[in-house]
Ligand binder design. Structure first.
Ligand SMILES: [Zn+2]
Length: 399
């Protein structure tokens, strides 16, 4: 891969593309600011998607369309009919619709919710498309550019699921590269899966004196939380379990009619996720069954709703996309770090597609807060890394 990349970088077309990336650094940053300034809360990415579609068309991409899930997809024809390489970033943010969205300069930083995650990724997609056009560089494999919806928590990866689903544009693709956030060293090759649940326990409820003895949903769930905390004791590196929220009750002088908890579990292994879910279900049902109440005075009912499932998966380090990303990162003088995270790449990884997630260059902090910031330290290198990776896995340049 290193030798192939050196050859590619000697090609006049790639050199022209590189020059364009450096010369248009400010344009990339202004796209990032522009797109971040268009609110894209979970399930309401439409306006940002439309603007992204216009920018993709201006960047020379073909057949720009918004698919059934709301993803923006566009093609760049290859020289052959090989399987496509997907270059992707996500449109949505974690911020609810009521969050005021504005982007401002603060010294050498740009501050705004979503500026890095994933305003940077979207801007990198556009910069790569323009650089390929400016250099008249065409890969052998066709490229599919995708700006996805639903990457963040509540979206449950619905955009990328659609992309690789039966009616998605990604069907048949061989490689998936997601540009998510900033940075130049991390290459996500392992997808942390998660399963999230809301457990609700209901009972008859009643007066705390007159009806004393009725089964109490909070007592039952409290016992379950205690046992789950034991189960989730740190030290177990192959999975996590977090009781993240809880609530319930009616009044200080009432036996509650309802109590609930929300539980997040994560692991890099599907088998482990399965096992943790099993334990969660068993613990809750045991604690509910053991909750003491007077006989024949009502019983408790349990409902476990699945709030979200992200499949776990991994991409082998010896596969083409990881080797390409490693070579591309090293070519920029940075030693890559292969790591695990939960991103759009989880879905193609779980489907056996060669998939990674990389940062889009620059540095950033305070992600998922309204103080999120981005600093354009050699940000161009993030664009170049994505460009090199795409060229390498896209089979090099067409003659
Ligand atoms: Zn992200």
């Amino acid at each position: 891969m290193d030798a192939l990349l050196r050859r590619l970088r000697d090609d006049a077309r790639v050199r022209a593309a590189e020059r364009y990336v450096w010369a248009e650094d400010a344009r990339t940053l202004s796209d990032q600011v522009l797109l971040t300034g268009i609110p894209a809360p979970p399930f309401a990415e439409r306006v940002r998607a439309q603007r992204m579609a216009e920018l993709m068309a201006e960047a020379g991409l073909e057949e720009v369309a918004i698919d059934g899930a709301g993803n923006v997809v566009a093609n760049l024809e290859g020289a052959s009919e090989e399987s496509a390489v997907v270059l992707s970033a996500h449109l949505d943010t974690v911020f609810p619709a009521e969050t005021p969205i504005s982007v401002r300069k603060d010294g050498d930083r740009v501050v705004g919710p979503g500026i890095s995650d994933d305003g940077r990724g979207l801007a990198v997609l556009l910069a790569v498309a323009r650089a390929l056009r400016e250099g008249r560089a065409r890969t052998r494999a066709p490229l599919l550019f995708a700006a996805t919806v639903g990457e963040e928590g509540p979206g449950n990866l619905r955009g990328v699921r659609h992309l690789f689903g039966p009616r998605g544009a990604g069907v048949g693709a061989a490689v998936f590269i997601s540009v998510d956030g900033a940075g130049l060293d991390r290459v996500v090759t392992r997808g942390v899966g998660s399963r999230r649940f809301r457990v609700t326990v209901r009972g008859p409820g009643g007066h705390s004196w007159v009806d004393w003895g009725l089964a109490n949903p909070i007592h039952a769930l409290g016992a379950a939380v205690g046992d789950l905390a034991e189960l989730a004791a740190p030290g177990d590196l192959i999975g996590t379990l977090t009781v993240a929220r809880w609530g319930g009750g009616t009044s200080i002088n009432a036996i509650p009619q309802e109590a609930w908890i929300e539980v997040d579990t994560r692991s890099e292994s599907e088998g482990r996720l399965e096992e943790v879910e099993e334990k969660l279900r068993r613990t809750v049902s045991r604690c509910v069954a053991e909750t003491r109440c007077q006989p024949h005075r009502g019983h408790l009912e349990t409902e476990i709703a699945v709030l979200g499932i992200r499949p776990a998966g991994h991409t082998p380090a010896e596969g083409p996309v990881v080797r390409a990303a490693v070579a591309a990162t090293r070519a920029l003088g940075v030693e890559p770090e292969l790591c695990a995270s939960s991103t759009d790449a989880n879905v193609p990884m779980a489907a056996g597609i060669d998939a990674i997630t990389v940062g889009g260059g620059g540095t950033a902090g305070m992600a998922h807060t309204t103080d999120e910031w981005y600093r354009n330290d050699q940000g161009c290198e993030g664009v170049l890394r994505a460009l090199y990776t795409v060229l390498l896995v896209g089979g090099g340049l067409a003659d």
